[in-house]
Design a protein around this ligand. Structure first.
Ligand code: PAF
Length: 282
């Protein structure tokens, strides 16, 4: 496994593979790797000849009061996990490497990036799209892999890839959960045992909300139900919404419904979602 820290070294490393016609897969991450990331790496391994994992805690996607400084950065452990999955190249750039002091261009993602997570975290999706666009230009992957847990992020990325004609296929893979249902997230590391137990309410809210949607088609009721479930103990809901999985606006009658929740527990903010299908109720 090669570990490269500069754009020049990354391009040099991949140039030969390109000439040989290799299919290159990219798994972009912010590190603190867990089974969710590893499932993406395994998917990349089965689909691609060369697997590149990027590890970069991207300052552009954090708001001023968010957890950029405390975000976990277990470099050696991440490298061990990547090596065990037979990753070919880990791209581990510094902030200065990715963002020269005189940079000024960002990717603006439009309305899709302004609702839900985008409304709660202004500028977040522009930061995500900017770094992912840079990674696509640096790696030039044939396929890039993202997790469904960040459903809106995946939709934003598909949108800018289409809008800006990036030549990359986006694969979105299922959320990986612990056996009790908690969606894996690098931010779970912040939770105390008691907070982790309470955080199970996110998955419970989604399951109960999904049951309301599939049995009655009543999305208002589902949203209220999820809000109630997330308003207990130390949990504070940010939003509980049922949306169209492509526009992230109200679902089409009888169309697919993505249930999304976000809640805070202490200083930790968690998100989760599930896709339900309604035949319009009845
Ligand atoms: O999902 C993440 O870990 C990040 O948002 C990503 C896609 C690596 C961009 O920094």
């Amino acid at each position: 496994m090669k570990i490269v820290e500069t754009a020049v070294a990354l391009r040099a490393e991949l140039a030969g593979q390109r000439v040989a016609g290799a299919i290159v897969g990219l798994v972009p991450t912010m590190g603190a790797l867990h089974e969710g990331h590893l499932s993406l790496v395994r998917a990349a391994r089965t689909r691609c000849d060369v697997v590149v994992v990027s590890i970069f805690v991207n300052p552009l996607q954090f708001g001023p009061d968010e957890d950029l400084a405390s975000y976990p950065r277990p470099r050696e452990h991440d490298l061990e996990l990547a090596a065990a999955e037979k990753v070919d190249v880990v791209f581990f750039p510094s902030v200065a490497e990715m963002y020269p002091a005189d940079r000024s261009t960002v990717v603006e993602v439009g309305p899709l990036g302004e609702v839900l997570e985008g409304a709660e975290r202004p500028g977040h999706f522009s930061g995500v799209a900017t770094v992912v666009a840079k990674l696509f230009n640096l790696v030039d992957p044939d396929i890039a892999f993202f997790g469904q847990k960040d459903a809106q992020q995946a939709a934003v990325i598909k949108r800018f890839v289409a809008d800006l004609s990036f030549d990359v296929q986006i694969e979105v893979r299922a959320t990986v959960r612990d056996s009790d249902g908690l969606a894996l997230s690098s931010r779970n590391a912040y939770l105390t045992p008691s907070q982790r137990l309470q955080a199970l309410a996110l998955h419970q809210a989604l399951r109960e909300g999904e049951a309301v949607v599939t049995e009655t088609g009543d999305i208002d009721r589902a949203e209220k139900k999820m809000w109630e479930i997330l308003s207990v103990g130390d949990l504070v809901p940010d939003y509980t919404r049922c949306v169209d999985p492509e526009t992230f606006l109200d679902p089409q009658p009888g169309g697919p419904v993505l249930l999304m929740v976000a809640a805070r527990i202490g200083t930790t903010r968690l998100i989760d979602n599930v896709l339900a299908t309604t035949d319009g109720g009845g």
